[in-house]
Design a protein around this ligand. Structure first.
Ligand code: AMP
Length: 173
């Protein structure tokens, strides 16, 4: 099995959630045990054998991959959530969307200074969401080893917003 098998399973949904967007639906990967396991294996390989203390997943599809990667790597899992969902004391940051603004937040005690972090999400588009997560992690003094994403929409050049962190992706469009 390979990244090509994963690519073949991604379903393009035209004009979702609004006209002009081609939504990359990863639920066919999740629904297939072998494909899901392969997606987690390939994401784990992006860590290159480095010791990871915590895997940070981004709301909401990122949680699915990040939690499985954390379990496989023997690391902890930390959620970056949309504003208003976390119960404890948080840090938050707002960021630009194509239309309007969004905000994400993290618990203040979720990561200790110097801990080695891998950020995981399902898809990198403009990079705004991952950049916001990196900003929160920088504020906590985390040592971010990289950002690993299943799908990258290369033509949006989201990775430029994440410099100088290494960005590793499995399937690119
Ligand atoms: P961005 O902040 O633009 O990089 O957007 C990344 C987030 O939005 C990811 O967490 C994705 O889940 C979601 N997203 C953006 N564009 C798409 C797309 N075309 N298909 C599926 N998910 C998307």
């Amino acid at each position: 099995m390979s990244a090509e098998a994963l690519r073949a399973a991604v379903r393009d949904v035209i004009d979702f959630p609004k006209p002009g967007i081609v939504f990359k639906d990863i639920t066919p990967i999740l629904a297939d045990g072998a494909l899901f396991r392969e997606s987690i294996s390939l994401l784990c390989e992006t860590a290159g054998g480095a010791k990871i203390d915590k895997v940070v997943g981004i709301d909401a599809r990122g949680f699915i991959f990040a939690a499985a990667v954390a379990d496989r790597l023997g690391a902890g899992f930390v959620p970056v959530r949309k504003k208003g969902k976390l119960p404890w004391k948080t840090h938050f940051t707002a960021y630009e969307l194509e239309y309007g603004e969004a905000a994400v937040e993290m618990h203040q005690d979720a990561v200790k200074p110097g801990e080695s972090i891998l950020v995981v999400d399902d898809l990198l588009a403009t990079g705004g969401t991952a950049a916001a997560a990196l900003k929160l992690l920088a504020g906590l003094g985390a040592n971010v080893l990289g950002v690993s994403v299943l799908i990258e929409l290369e033509f949006l050049n989201g990775r430029s917003k994440l410099e100088p962190h290494p960005v590793r992706t499995i399937i690119t469009y």
